[in-house]
Design a protein around this ligand. Structure first.
Ligand SMILES: [Zn+2]
Ligand SMILES: [Zn+2]
Length: 556
């Protein structure tokens, strides 16, 4: 074993929240056998990635070393942990290991992508383990906001690493396993070299609350409302779906699930045996036959997603169901930073209908799925690791988490995506820097974030577009000037005549003056036409648009 090292390399999820992808390695430097943990996505936004469908870590580093990958282990079924598997697996073709419920949901995604869902190997909870090269890996139940979440116990010849996955310390989580302190203490007993730990809520200073704490508040709100009640939360928060559905049933209301993701999650949870005695649900067709005050709609789209059921309800009828004056709509969720605009749009749409919107109310109607600062301290104290490596957080979260560990005298490191950390010694040491990248799923294609596709799209969106067409005849003369079309630009500028006319006029004059050398050289002609078009547009409308020049040459 002399000369072997144990490394940790985040390729996604460290220095940002989302698209988690972590790598562990063991062996001689540069020859390590690799273990991949999670393969998630982030969601695009109009500012930075317009038109993009999904964002994921660029696996280029792994693809080059695909023959060294012993396996991919999934901690839980949230999109930021499994969403990229179906897109990236074909490049890696490694074994995939998950618990049953996680495997079921990841398998559905593989199937949709035309891959075999059976390639996921289901593993039972710790103390069951699976051997992946030099790694012996066990999945250790922990509470979070989706069933069957797991931390990983990763045993190597250089000792034990515990990768927490996403977690909270909830002894009454409703659905899914409760936080089992004795179980985690037993894992810590032989000694933990490194605790690689969720950082999401390190900046929240009060101890986390339990899912059970909000049930009474939700029941009171639902019991007190008249008319139709709608509610939304994350579809994957099966415990919350159950809490809400039970509160509705207690108030004499029938539950209707709206949105494919919500039905799918409830079905998968029942199939995997993690959800029992969920109240009977009505189809929208059955629901329209019932009095409105006897209904409870549970809808997808808590983050303001335009195409989800909640947004549809806020714009009018959805599957024959409609919110009206005097109805109530409940947001039992936190708005993720960046999604505020979309959520606010929905609140205002409901407001215009006369629907009362009830949001999180300072935490009364929602609890987070992540451990707060005091809970992280409790985890550090319980595991007593030689080092804490913060993951799953943006830079200030990683930094605060590293400082928190230091406060308890535990060595730590701030390792953002691409930072390879050597865990072999008594403290974490940055060994190397790998250029991290991201891929976009754009339509059906995976493209590199730096390929320029989206950059061009943003430029077109910001600046507008002019198409200039010229024809050069077989004498090398411009035939009839230039033709222009514009997109995304004011039609009439300072001169009070159509912009297209001014552009064609100025470009025509340029063509008349142009010498044979310019007219004979495509590149030179194109560059000049672009310059003239941009100058004219700037003078007319104060913008320099993107210009596409099309030159056709007639030859005898
Ligand atoms: Zn996560
Ligand atoms: Zn999660």
């Amino acid at each position: 074993m002399n000369g072997d090292q144990l490394i940790y390399l985040p390729l996604g999820g460290a220095g940002e929240v989302g698209m988690n992808l972590y790598v562990y390695g063991f062996g001689r430097p540069g020859k390590e056998r690799l273990l991949v943990v999670d393969m998630g996505v982030s969601f695009p936004d109009m500012d930075g990635s317009p038109g993009v469908d999904l964002i994921m870590a660029d696996p280029a580093w792994l693809v080059e070393r695909a023959d060294r990958i012993e396996g991919i282990v999934l901690t839980h079924a949230h999109e930021d942990h499994i969403g990229a598997l179906a897109h990236l697996w074909p490049m890696l073709k490694a074994r995939v290991i998950a618990r049953r419920f996680t495997g079921l949901l990841a398998g559905m995604k593989l199937e949709e992508a035309g891959l075999d869902p059976k390639l996921i190997e289901v593993v039972g909870a710790w103390p069951e383990t699976v051997t992946l090269g030099p790694f012996t890996v066990g999945v250790l139940p922990i509470s979070h906001s989706i069933p069957e979440s797991a931390g990983l116990v990763i045993d190597t010849p250089l000792g034990r690493v515990v990768h927490t996955g996403d977690f909270k310390l909830d002894v009454t989580p409703g659905v899914g396993e409760a936080w089992d302190e004795a179980l985690w203490a037993s894992v810590a007993a032989p000694g933990v070299r490194a605790l690689v730990c969720d950082s999401t809520n390190v900046l929240v200073t009060h101890p986390g609350r339990s899912e059970a704490d909000i049930a009474a508040a939700l029941r009171a709100v639902i019991a007190g409302a008249t008319g139709l009640i709608g509610a939304t939360t994350f579809a994957s928060n099966v415990a919350r779906l159950k809490t809400l559905a039970e509160a509705a049933t207690a108030a004499g209301r029938s539950v209707v699930l709206l949105g494919r993701a919500m039905r799918r999650l409830v079905e998968a949870s029942v199939e995997a045996g993690v959800l029992t005695d969920f109240p009977r649900v009505l189809s929208p067709e059955e629901a329209v036959e019932l009095p409105r005050q006897n209904l409870f709609l549970l809808a997808t789209g808590s983050q303001g997603e335009r195409r989800a059921a909640t947004a549809s309800l806020s714009r009018g009828k959805y599957l024959g169901l409609e919110m009206k004056e005097g109805d109530t709509f409940l947001f039992s969720s936190k708005t993720i930073p960046g999604n505020e605009k979309g959520v606010l749009r929905i609140w205002n749409n409901f407001s215009e209908m006369g629907v009362d919107v009830i949001d999180d109310r300072g935490g009364a109607l929602h609890v987070s799925g992540h451990a707060n600062r005091p809970d992280l301290q409790r985890m550090h104290a319980l595991m007593r690791p030689a080092m804490v490596v913060p993951m799953h957080g943006d830079h200030r979260m990683l930094r605060a988490h590293a400082a928190l560990a230091n406060e308890s005298g535990i060595a730590s490191v701030i390792a953002v995506n691409g930072t390879m950390v050597d865990l072999s010694g008594d403290r974490p040491v940055v060994a190397e820097y790998v250029e991290p990248g991201r891929l976009y799923l754009d339509g059906t294609m995976l493209i590199g974030a730096m390929d320029g596709v989206v950059r061009d799209r943003i430029r077109l969106a910001l600046n507008g577009h002019v198409i200039v067409t010229v024809i050069i005849d077989d004498d090398g003369e411009a035939l009839g000037g230039a033709w222009c079309e514009t997109m995304g630009l004011a039609q009439v500028g300072e001169s009070k005549v159509p912009l297209v006319d001014i552009l064609e006029e100025d470009l025509g004059q340029f063509l008349n003056r142009a010498d044979r050398a310019t007219l004979g050289d495509d590149d030179r002609l194109e560059e000049n036409l672009r310059r003239v078009a941009r100058q004219t547009a700037e003078a007319e409308i104060g913008k320099k648009p993107e210009v596409t020049v099309v030159i056709s040459r007639l030859s005898a």
